[in-house]
Design a protein around this ligand. Structure first.
Ligand code: ZN
Ligand code: ZN
Length: 316
């Protein structure tokens, strides 16, 4: 169906969450084995995380493990923020398709993961929070990549990265064990590195990433005008590398820095800034004082660095 056809169909039909235009959903539902795989990737690292605490005081944790876990957390976490995908969160094109559908329908019928899906009372919202956090991953409806990502499908580099998803998963799973084993020259080092820098690291990163869909659409501050429930959540800023300044992201989706106000730490934005300085990125869309001033909910806060000032011009 074309874009016009969707636009004319939408107002006449009352869409429920499960009844988005069929052109936006893949014809084949998500196969059962894929849902089982999702369950394994959700449950196993989570169980590992629970076992992790008593183990920390035992034989199984050394500084090698801590260094590897933190390093891989940052590499895979910044990957999520910046567009690489070592974080085991699905092939990149499927991820972008869901993400674009989320922006199109944010907290309305058709949003793949809104915590407000079932209603506003506390019971509906608790159910919605669980759904937005992990439940939606088990939803049978697969967002149509053809409908939402024709540009990315046409890009051969991106498509090959997407096809290489199983290979990237293998690297993300096994590299810590390999490095840990070689570093300590022992099987024991490989096993503990796999536990901490693979299982615990992935579990932690998954929950932080999912919090953007659940917590950052429910709790936090509305600092910019949006038509959805996206909010800025300061306590998740460092662990999410700046993704939790989610209210600004919805107010100005193509802006490279999400934590645009003074004091809002945004590690991913600083990394992109560095990459741009090195000449590896160009045409980065930095915050713009004039553009954002009209979107600010209350003009009480100053913009931070990397902002294009209305008067001064150069980027600070
Ligand atoms: Zn987004
Ligand atoms: Zn959002």
């Amino acid at each position: 169906m074309t874009r016009t056809a969707v636009a004319t169909a939408a107002p006449t039909a009352v869409l429920t969450s499960r009844d988005v235009p069929r052109s936006e959903i893949e014809p084949e539902p998500r196969p059962a084995y894929e849902r089982v795989l999702v369950a394994v990737f959700v449950a196993v690292p989570l169980l590992a995380l629970i076992v992790a605490v008593p183990l920390a005081w035992g034989w199984g944790l050394g500084w090698h493990d801590v260094v590897l876990a933190v390093s891989f957390y940052c590499i895979s976490g910044l990957g999520v923020s910046m567009g690489l995908h070592l974080a085991i969160e699905g092939p990149v094109i499927a991820w972008v398709a869901d993400h674009r559908r989320h922006h199109k329908y944010s907290d309305k019928d058709g949003d793949p993961h809104s915590p407000w899906r079932f209603g506003n009372d506390w019971k509906a919202l608790s159910k919605g929070l669980v759904f937005a956090h992990v439940g939606w991953l088990f939803d049978g409806d697969v967002t149509s990549a053809e409908r939402f990502c024709p540009d990315w499908l046409a890009d051969s580099d991106v498509s090959s990265v997407s096809r290489w998803f199983p290979g990237l998963v293998a690297v993300s799973l096994l590299a810590p064990a390999l490095i840990g084993g070689l570093w300590s020259m022992s099987w024991h080092g490989a096993v503990t590195a796999f536990f901490w820098a693979t299982l615990v690291r992935i579990a932690f990163l998954h929950h932080i990433t999912w919090s953007i869909n659940s917590i950052c659409h429910t709790f936090g501050k509305k600092e910019f005008e949006v038509r959805d429930k996206s909010r800025n959540v300061s306590w998740l800023a460092i662990l999410s590398f700046g993704e939790s300044w989610h209210n600004l992201h919805h107010a100005d989706p193509t802006c490279a820095r999400h934590g645009v106000l003074k004091g809002q730490i945004d590690i991913a934005a600083r990394t992109i800034w560095l990459v741009e300085k090195l000449g590896w990125a160009y045409d980065v869309r930095w915050p713009d004082e004039a553009r954002l001033a009209t979107k600010q909910a209350a003009e009480t806060r100053q913009f931070g660095s990397m902002t294009r000032r209305a008067a001064a011009g150069p980027i600070g």
